[in-house]
Design a protein around this ligand. Structure first.
Ligand code: LLP
Length: 463
């Protein structure tokens, strides 16, 4: 996911004559609003505030590392997505990005639907009162127990991912006397990356049923032949952190083509298509994400156009943004510990978390920004690598960034845009205690997922 190569480089900005680093921002004290959640600002003393609360108070009350989630920003993004798509479409928040019971309640209040992909996510959703009919259940290997639970709960749709699953879900639904609404997830032969998409002749991945070679058409045939399934549409998800709409357009075109084939063969017009999630967000100032209304317009234009030319009624569209809703709404707050300058190389800044609270840098080469947030500084920019406290040299939080050269142990630094896939992919590596998620709104902060404790660790270890 890296947008540029970052070879090991020198320590100070003034000797950066070569290499691929973005130049340091003219003023490191300025917070680029592209990467920070909407209520983030600096107070008169230069400390970062979110939802009107300063980081010093947040650190004191909740400790570090911790994720601080800007609730009003989260809600505003939910509204922006649902308003952009309008009443003839459905927005399913992808819970895998980050799910908690508070989040489920916000989604309900803001009128969104929810995509879950495991029994655990389903339980969280139902426990927090999400109406089952607003839940879509995903996964390439849903267990029989999970399917039973989803069918019994009455989820609005199960997204079928394989031929075996068509039979499994049909069987379970029949045994409960239910007609289960389902979609079929197809792989459309578009592999999407951050900057480009590659049309592939063959699908080589575990998700979905290939459109190519007639597999998806066969899956539709089988699903339509089973009384206990109500096939409501086709689903496609092409990838993650995508900025270019071209991949979605190819995907939409191919899905509509399948709908036309289904109409021709069975005389049935499937009423829905789901185009998945995957819309990119700004992790650094170099990223330029699309706004929900642009995305909605691009998708609905292409679907409408393709349906018109195929003589189909325009189906109801749904989308499943996860990252694009929650990603920008949170930052991770760390306390600076050891600072190790390596002459001629770089300065390593160690924080009190690391790959256990953000695995994305190590796993995907993801890029992040970082800022000194407990104060401002007029010191020179210093090229740093922000690393964690784990016993692993790949334990990198931010690979290359500039922080003020007077950075000192005890300073607070924050990494923005960590709302998606950080807490949800957090681990206990080295018996780290997973950080809390604290929702901040209108001058109030409240823990929505508490910090793990050593007692939690010992409780799981039954001796
Ligand atoms: N719908 C389906 C069927 C998906 O598989 C996913 C993500 C989404 C929606 C939501 O995608 P989003 O809008 O959040 O990009 N751990 C990786 C991302 C994995 C995404 C898996 N599926 C990361 O940290 O970048």
């Amino acid at each position: 996911m890296s947008r540029s190569a970052h070879p090991a480089g020198p320590r100070h900005a003034d000797v950066l004559t070569e290499g691929h680093y973005s130049a340091p921002a003219a003023d490191l004290n300025v917070l680029d609003e592209k990467v920070w959640s909407r209520t983030v600002t600096r107070d008169a003393d230069g400390a970062l505030t979110v939802g009107g609360i300063g980081v010093a108070r947040l650190a004191e009350e909740f400790g570090t590392p911790a994720y601080f989630l800007d609730e009003s920003d989260f809600r505003a993004r939910c509204r922006a997505w649902s308003e952009a798509f309008g009443p003839d479409a459905d927005v399913f928040y992808a819970g895998k990005a980050f799910l908690s019971r508070a989040v489920v309640r916000w989604l309900q209040e803001e009128g969104l639907h929810l995509d879950v992909c495991s029994g655990g996510e389903l339980t969280t959703a139902l426990d927090a009162g999400m109406p089952a009919e607003r839940i879509a259940f995903h996964g390439n290997n849903k267990t029989v127990a999970e399917i039973e639970r989803a069918v019994e709960a009455g989820v609005g749709r199960i997204v079928l991912d394989s031929f075996q699953e068509i039979v499994r879900v049909a069987h379970i639904a029949r045994s409960r006397g239910v007609r289960q609404r389902v979609q079929i997830r197809v792989t459309v032969g578009v592999e999407a990356h951050t900057h480009e998409f590659i049309a592939t002749a063959h699908e080589d991945q575990k998700f979905g049923i290939a459109l190519a070679d007639g597999q998806a058409a066969e899956a539709v045939r089988r699903a339509l032949g089973l009384d206990s399934l109500e096939l409501i549409g086709i689903h496609s998800h092409i990838g993650s952190q995508i900025f270019d709409m071209a991949g979605f357009e190819v995907s939409a075109r191919r899905v509509v083509q399948l709908l036309a084939e289904v109409r021709d063969e069975h005389g049935v017009e499937l009423p829905e298509i789901d185009l998945g999630g995957g819309l990119g967000i700004a992790y650094t100032s170099d990223d330029d994400p699309r706004e929900p209304h642009e995305i909605a317009k691009a998708l609905s234009d292409i679907v409408t156009r393709e349906c018109e030319s195929a003589g189909l009624r325009t189906p109801r569209i749904s989308v499943e943004p996860g990252r694009a809703i929650v990603g920008p709404t949170a930052f991770t707050l760390y306390e600076v510990g050891t600072i190790k300058p390596l002459e001629g190389l770089r300065t390593y800044v160690s924080v009190d978390g690391g790959m256990s609270d953000n695995i994305r840098t190590a796993l995907y080469d993801a890029e992040y920004s970082v800022a000194l947030v407990s104060r401002t500084s007029d010191a020179e920019p210093m090229l740093v690598r922000v690393v964690g406290k784990h016993c692993e040299s790949g334990d990198i939080v931010v690979k290359d960034a500039f922080l003020p050269a007077d950075l000192a142990p005890g300073d607070l630094i924050a990494v923005p845009a960590t709302g998606a896939y950080c807490r949800s992919m957090a681990s206990n590596y080295n018996h780290a205690l997973r950080p809390p998620v604290v929702a901040v709104r209108d001058g109030e902060a409240r823990v929505i997922v508490r910090r793990e404790t050593e007692e939690d660790l010992l409780r799981l270890d039954v001796g």
